[in-house]
Ligand binder design. Sequence first.
Ligand code: FE2
Ligand code: FE2
Length: 175
Amino acid sequence: MAADAFVSQLNEQIAHEFAAHQQYVACAVHYDGETLPRLAGFFYRQALEERDHAMMMVQYLLDADADVVIPGVAAPQVTFSDIVAPVALALAQERRVSEQINALAATARAENDFTSEQFVQWFIKEQVEEVATMSDLLRVVQRSQDDPMEIENFIAREHASAAGEDPTAPHQAGG
Ligand SMILES: [Fe+2]
Ligand SMILES: [Fe+2]
């Protein structure tokens, strides 16, 4: 039985994950409009990962027989001053999500809700990767902002396709 405090906090996190999805679609569309297809593809894939995170949380609440509310989300930022801005925004977003995930773990532990604490562990590891990926990309984009093809080549080399299946990932609703 998941603790009530954890359930309501996880429902809020579902909204954050869906908002992150919308934000990354907005970043992808911005880059697509600038004819930077590799950067666009990178953000389209990141967007799908955020949706997956939301649906893993939905599945957990279904499994725990807890209330799950599919939320409306805040509108994303859709205009950006330069090629760096969407990546800087993405890194700030990932850092914020890491804090939110840690807060979820803290609530689970404070409530002696060990099942929920274990569920959150996967996301803690995932956030380490997401922050590292965005912080690497920010460095590359800042270094090569006057030569966007360098950035496109970097993504083609380092982020050619979506990450493979992670067998340790929680199940997703509908997945
Ligand atoms: Fe996420
Ligand atoms: Fe993320």
